[in-house]
Design a protein around this ligand. Structure first.
Ligand SMILES: Cc1cc2nc3c(=O)[nH]c(=O)nc-3n(C[C@H](O)[C@H](O)[C@H](O)COP(=O)(O)OP(=O)(O)OC[C@H]3O[C@@H](n4cnc5c(N)ncnc54)[C@H](O)[C@@H]3O)c2cc1C
Length: 555
């Protein structure tokens, strides 16, 4: 069986940045269920935050991030991000990143929500595309072994130590194991637990679910970000850069309604605040066909085509609206997972040998609400750190040895799916879970609504073991992959719902009309969900506060 010093699951920005950070004398492998450049990172639009100007400081970036997190982010981790960001941006530039420029020829920066300084670096509105291709080149240069279109089904854990993964080669359907001295999870978010999302179809949270099944708790999963501007009926993201470049939001009366909710920051308040404002406008009957309007017309054709060409194209193609001529209909949509696999600042999870970085991890930069532009920076800073720390661990680790127990378990799991003759179809179950999450655990969460949602999820739990497949072939059996993903989606939905229902406060993205205020005395703590046979068991741990004491959040 193949083995590596460092094995990375996931080839988005976090995974590839980690691979590139592994020193050349170590043997690194990286696995992805899709070709690396099709990872969701490629879809990132608006940009990446770093305090690179003399007039800006990492302290100010840190303050904005802590405030954005509604004081649930861990400050030591945030400090590392904000201090490292400028150097990490320069490292990307030295690798060849073609950031957009200002008239003086410096890396241009735009305004983003919740920032006290325009510090979002960008490549037009295709920042993720540019960075993913850049790091893919670096990955090839680093000569890492890439297992492309291989699907990891579980971790191998023996004697309390993570020592590899069980994986299916999608080309052949063959199941095998890959050993490793250290494993890094970089599997991205779980936006697809909800029916409609800005996320790619592949964002099913597999890595979080695998860690959860291996006994690692999941942290702060009730904090799911709703982005304020997704294109009507499609879930397609309209970047915050559109407001950063000066776009306005209007209701059906033609009012710039953000003046009521965030009089100073207006459209550039943090995402939770803007999404909630839109929701309230729509609920109060001041929406337009269930949307609000994003107006870019005053920016003019030249600026739109230079700074937001993709937004122009998406809006025209998928909504039939030319933003140069007319406002774009937008609504809040599921976008980002603030929670994930808990790690310390060395990217270590509670399971020895297992590291995590990027959207699947929760080192807790974002706390209860992420600022736009900070996720990409996290993939780069913490992806690099995960590569460095997992390498140091691998250097000291002994040889790799494990039994065939995990392999046999996964073989049995797949055999059970393949052999069942009748039962539940995947599509129906997936739609049911996505709908429950959207209706009961959305932007506005009341006790009654969430408890009803929990009951519906309990009914789904009984149906999950009956999944039936129609495709029994071995080669590229994507229905089998869907079935495995569905099992992950369900468990993550349960964890999200459980954490949300008991958190009796409103903080960041978790908003409860029945508990409208933040409650630091009882709830300034991270949720940890442990897997038990009957469902998640919740526990809590303190928030790390070093520099910025809790204060009221106003924009
Ligand atoms: C439309 C959109 C626009 C965004 N724009 C911005 C932005 O402008 N700025 C910003 O800061 N953030 C943005 N974000 C958020 C940011 O892009 C993501 O948080 C970040 O790119 C995630 O990177 P990642 O490396 O953690 O995961 P991903 O890029 O999602 O990669 C996950 C990897 O894991 C692999 N994988 C998953 N499961 C398995 C498995 N079972 N077996 C094998 N491989 C597996 C996948 O194949 C993939 O390679 C945006 C997000 C979206 C959806």
């Amino acid at each position: 069986m193949p083995s590596h010093d460092v094995l990375i699951v996931g080839a988005g920005l976090a995974g590839m940045r980690a691979a590139v950070a592994v020193p050349s004398h170590l043997n690194v492998g990286i696995i992805s269920k899709v070709h690396p450049v099709r990872s969701h990172s490629v879809a990132a639009e608006g940009g990446i935050n770093a305090a690179i100007r003399d007039e800006d400081t990492w302290e100010s970036h840190m303050y904005d991030t802590v405030k954005g997190s509604d004081w649930l982010g861990d400050q030591e981790a945030i400090e590392i991000l904000c201090k490292s960001a400028p150097e990490d941006i320069m490292a990307l530039e030295r690798m060849g990143a073609l950031f957009s420029r200002d008239p003086e020829g410096r890396i241009a920066q735009r305004n983003f929500g919740g920032l006290g300084f325009p510090r979002t670096c960008y490549v037009a509105d295709r920042t993720g595309h540019a960075l993913v291709h850049l790091l893919y080149e670096q990955l090839l240069k680093r000569a890492a072994k890439v297992y492309e279109e291989w699907y990891v089904t579980s971790l191998i854990v023996e004697e309390g130590q993570c020592c590899g993964v069980v994986v299916m080669n999608l080309f052949t359907g063959e199941l095998s194991t890959i050993g490793a001295k250290s494993v890094i999870m970089a599997t991205g978010g779980y936006g697809r637990v909800y029916l409609i999302s800005t996320n790619g179809l592949i964002n099913t949270g597999d890595g979080m679910a695998m860690a959860y099944r291996a006994g690692v708790p999941l942290q702060d999963m009730e904090f799911v970000q709703f982005h304020p501007t997704t294109l009507k009926s499609t879930g397609i993201l309209i970047t915050e850069g559109a407001r950063g470049e000066g776009g306005y939001l209007f209701n059906s009366r033609g009012e710039r309604f953000m003046s009521t909710y965030a009089p100073s920051a207006m459209e550039l308040a943090s995402r939770d605040v803007v999404s909630r404002a839109e929701y309230e406008e729509i609920m109060a009957g001041r929406g337009v066909d269930g949307c609000v309007m994003l107006d870019l017309r005053h920016l003019g054709k030249e600026k739109i085509m230079e700074k937001l060409p993709q937004i122009w194209e998406l809006s025209l193609t998928y909504a039939g609206v030319d933003p140069i001529e007319a406002p774009i209909p937008v609504t809040p949509g599921v976008h980002y997972s603030m929670g994930g696999i808990p790690t310390n600042i060395q990217c270590e999870t509670p399971l020895p040998g297992l590291y995590a970085a990027g959207e699947c991890a929760c080192v807790s930069i974002h706390g209860a609400n992420r600022l736009g532009g900070n996720a990409l920076m996290e993939t780069i800073v913490y992806g690099r750190r995960a590569g460095e720390f997992a390498s140091a661990y691998a250097e000291k680790a002994k040889t790799i040895s494990y039994s065939d127990q995990a392999f046999k378990q996964q073989q049995a799991r797949i055999a059970a799916l393949m052999s069942r003759k009748e039962g539940e179809r995947i599509g129906a179950l997936r739609e049911a879970i996505g709908t429950i999450m959207a209706e009961h655990f959305g932007i506005s969460r009341t006790k009654e609504r969430m408890e009803a949602g929990l009951e519906k999820l309990a009914a789904i739990r009984k149906r999950i073991p009956n999944i039936v497949l129609q495709d029994h072939s071995k080669v590229f059996n994507l229905e089998l992959v869907d079935a495995l993903q569905l099992q992950s989606i369900f468990e993550l939905a349960e964890v999200t719902a459980a954490g949300a229902t008991v958190r009796e406060e409103s903080r960041g993205a978790h908003s409860r009309p029945d508990f409208p205020n933040r409650n630091d005395a009882d709830w300034m703590k991270h949720t940890l969900a442990y897997r038990e046979e009957s469902g998640p068991r919740l526990d809590y741990k303190p928030v790390n506060i070093t520099k910025i004491p809790p204060a009221e959040r106003k924009y």
